[in-house]
Design a binder for this molecule. Structure first.
Ligand SMILES: *[C@@H]1O[C@H](CO)[C@@H](O)[C@H](O)[C@H]1NC(C)=O
Length: 561
C-alpha cells in the first residue's frame, strides 16, 4: 500500500506516462460533465466503453478533468478519440478539439488549442485527434483538458485520452547525423589496378561531388529574378538547385480580374530558373482561405463556380506541366474551406486534385499547410487529411509543411521530429516548403537555421527543403529572417552557416592517397567527378563521372602512365 501510494505520486510527469486519469473512459470517474449529460456507452475506441455526451448548451462543453503534474514550460503530447453521432445540417463538417485551459495565479485563464480536427462528420467514425501544447512559463495554478467544438445539437462519444510529457531529446544531433549518414549517402567502392612501374604511394584519387541530389531551394520573387538585382539572381543560380514561385502563380495575383491573366511573369521566371538547371515547385493553383479567393470569384456558385475552378486548374497545369516538378493544389486546406463551403461539398477538395492530376499526370501534387510542424495543433489533422487524400487515389504525391517559425521561436528539434514522425505515418513524402526562423541576432539566427536544417535533413521522410526567401529586401519577414542583408547584399552569419552546411558539410570531397587497391568512400547522393593523380599530376584521360543514388556504386580505375 505504501509502495503503491509512492508510485502513484511519482508517476505523473514520468516520460511516456499519461497524466490523464481514467483516460480509457471505462467509467465516468475523474471526468467532469457539469451542465450537460454524460453516460457510459459500449460504443468505444479502446477497452469496452466510451463516454456519450449530450444535452450541451455551449459549444465549449465536453468531458473535462484537472491534469496534475503539468510543469512550467513543459511540453506535452495530447491524443484522444471522438465520434460524432449526428451532423449539423447546412455545414460540411465541424471543428472538434482537445483544449487545455490553464488558470494562472494572476486570475487569468489561458486557452490552448492543443489538438484540432476540422470538418469532422459522423460518417468519419472514430476520429483520432493529436497535437501538443507548451505549458506557460510561470504562474500555473490549475490545468484542465476539455473536449469541445461541435454544435450543441451534435452529440458525440469520446474515448482513449492521454496527455504525456515530451522530454527534449539530448541525443537529437547524433540521431540526426545517423539518419543523414544512412539516407542521404551511399558507398562508392573503388577498385584500382596499377600498370607495372607505378606504386600505390604515387597515386592519389580525388573524389569530388559536383552536384547534390537533395533539393535545397528558395522562394523566388519572380520580378526581382527577371528584372531586378543581378546579385539576387546570381545567388539563386549559384546556391540553389530548386526554387518555388513565391507569389506570381497565385490565382488572385495572376488573374485579379476575370480573364486578365498575367502568364508572362511566372512563366518567364520558371523558364529562366530551368535554364540554370533549377527545378521548380509551383505554388499554388487554389487557395481556400477566404481572404485569398479572387474578388471576382466570390459571387460565383454552383456549376458556374465549378467550371471556373476547373478552367483555372486545367489552364495553369496545362501550361506548366512540362516545366515544373510540383504543384501545391489547394493551399492551407486545414485553415480554409471556401470552395467546399460554397459548393456544400466536403469532398470537393478531392475533385480539385483529380482535375489537376488529369491535366498533368506527371506533375507531383501536394497539400501545403502551416501549424503542422512549427507548432502542433493541426499535426494530427494533417496526417488524417493526407491519409484521406492518399486513400482516395486522387494523385496526391506528398505533403508540404510550411515551417514559418514565430518571431523568437526556437526551432526545437525534438518537437520538429515528433511532428514529422506523426505526419510521416500517412506514408507520403514530406517537403519543407516555406522555412524561415526569426531572430534579430544573426549569430543566433545562424544557430537556429542550422538546428532546423539538421532536424529536417536528418528525418527520413523529408525529401526537400525550401527556404521562404533569403535576401532581407525580398523576404516577407525582412532582416530578422534573412541570410543576405541589405543593399550591399552581404551574406550574414546565418547565410554563411547555411551555405557551409549545404555546400561543405553536406557535400563530399575526398582526397585519397592509395595505401591498397580497394577503398570505400561514403558520399552524399549526387553527381561525381573522379580524378587520378600520379606523383601529384593529374592524368585527365583517367577522369570518370557518375551519379550516386541510393544504391552503392562501383568505380574501377586502371592507372597507367
Ligand atoms: C593517361 O592515361 C591514359 C589512359 O590509361 C594513357 O593512355 C596515357 O598514356 C596516360 N597519360 C600520361 C601522361 O600518363
Amino acid at each position: 500500500m505504501w509502495l503503491a501510494t509512492v508510485l502513484f505520486c511519482v508517476v505523473p510527469g514520468v516520460l511516456g506516462q499519461s497524466l490523464v486519469q481514467n483516460g480509457d473512459m471505462e467509467s465516468l470517474t475523474h471526468w467532469d460533465c457539469g451542465g450537460f449529460h454524460c453516460e457510459l456507452t459500449t460504443d468505444h475506441h479502446s477497452g469496452h466503453h466510451g463516454i456519450k455526451v449530450s444535452g450541451r448548451s455551449q459549444t465549449w462543453q465536453g468531458p473535462s478533468q484537472t491534469l496534475h503534474g503539468i510543469k512550467a514550460n513543459g511540453l506535452y503530447k495530447v491524443e484522444g478519440y471522438i465520434k460524432l453521432l449526428n451532423d449539423q445540417s447546412g455545414h460540411i463538417g465541424q471543428n472538434v478539439e482537445l483544449e487545455i485551459a490553464v488558470s494562472l495565479n494572476n486570475g487569468k485563464t489561458s486557452y490552448l488549442s492543443a489538438a484540432t480536427h476540422p470538418l469532422a462528420r459522423s460518417s468519419d467514425g472514430w476520429i483520432h485527434i493529436t497535437g501538443d501544447f507548451n505549458a506557460p512559463s510561470q504562474g500555473i495554478k490549475d490545468v484542465r483538458i476539455y473536449y469541445q467544438g461541435p454544435a450543441t445539437s451534435t452529440n458525440f462519444v469520446t474515448d482513449s485520452v492521454s496527455v504525456t510529457p515530451v522530454g527534449s531529446n539530448p541525443n537529437w544531433r547524433a540521431e540526426s547525423d545517423a539518419v543523414i549518414n544512412r539516407v542521404r549517402k551511399s558507398d562508392i567502392n573503388f577498385a584500382v589496378s596499377l600498370a607495372s612501374g607505378i606504386n600505390l604511394g604515387q597515386v592519389e584519387i580525388d573524389v569530388i561531388q559536383t552536384k547534390k541530389s537533395f533539393a535545397f531551394g528558395t522562394a523566388v520573387a519572380c520580378d526581382e529574378y527577371l528584372h531586378g538585382n543581378t546579385k539576387y539572381q546570381n545567388f539563386i543560380n549559384q546556391h540553389f538547385n530548386w526554387a518555388v514561385t513565391e507569389n506570381a502563380l497565385k490565382w488572385d495575383i495572376m488573374e485579379p480580374q476575370k480573364g486578365h491573366i498575367n502568364y508572362q511573369l511566372p512563366l518567364d521566371a520558371i523558364n529562366k530558373l530551368r535554364s540554370h538547371g533549377i527545378k521548380v515547385r509551383a505554388h499554388n493553383i487554389i487557395w481556400s482561405v477566404d481572404s485569398t479567393v479572387p474578388q471576382w470569384v466570390r459571387p460565383l456558385s454552383g456549376n458556374t463556380l465549378k467550371d471556373t475552378v476547373k478552367h483555372r486548374i486545367q489552364d495553369i497545369v496545362g501550361r506548366t506541366k512540362n516545366l515544373v516538378e510540383h504543384w501545391d493544389v489547394n493551399n492551407e486546406n486545414l485553415h480554409g474551406f471556401w470552395f467546399q463551403n460554397k459548393l456544400n461539398d466536403r469532398d470537393y477538395n478531392l475533385d480539385m486534385f483529380r482535375i489537376a492530376h488529369q491535366a498533368g499526370p506527371n506533375v507531383k501534387l501536394f497539400l501545403n499547410d502551416y501549424a503542422v510542424v512549427a507548432s502542433g495543433g493541426l499535426t494530427g489533422a494533417y496526417r488524417e487529411q493526407a491519409i484521406r487524400f492518399k486513400n482516395a487515389h486522387v494523385g496526391l504525391y506528398g505533403v508540404g509543411v510550411q515551417c514559418h517559425f514565430q518571431p523568437n521561436q526556437y526551432p526545437d528539434p525534438t518537437l520538429i521530429k515528433q511532428h514529422l514522425d506523426t505526419i510521416a505515418q500517412a506514408g507520403v513524402p514530406i517537403w519543407v516548403t516555406e522555412l524561415d526562423v526569426i531572430n534579430d541576432d544573426a549569430n543566433k539566427r545562424a544557430d537556429w537555421y542550422e538546428t532546423a536544417l539538421r532536424a529536417f535533413y536528418g528525418h527520413p521522410a523529408v525529401e526537400g527543403i525550401m527556404l521562404w526567401g533569403f535576401w532581407s529586401k525580398r523576404h516577407w519577414r525582412g532582416e530578422p529572417a534573412a541570410l543576405v542583408s541589405g543593399d550591399s547584399f552581404t551574406v550574414n552569419a546565418a547565410g554563411n552557416r547555411v551555405l557551409d552546411l549545404l555546400e561543405k558539410q553536406w557535400m563530399t570531397h575526398v582526397y585519397h592517397k592509395l595505401t591498397g587497391h580497394n577503398f570505400k568512400v561514403r558520399g552524399f547522393h549526387g553527381n561525381y567527378e573522379v580524378r587520378v593523380k600520379i606523383n601529384g599530376k593529374e592524368n585527365t584521360s583517367l577522369r570518370q563521372h557518375f551519379t550516386l543514388g541510393s544504391a552503392s556504386h562501383a568505380v574501377h580505375i586502371h592507372v597507367t602512365h
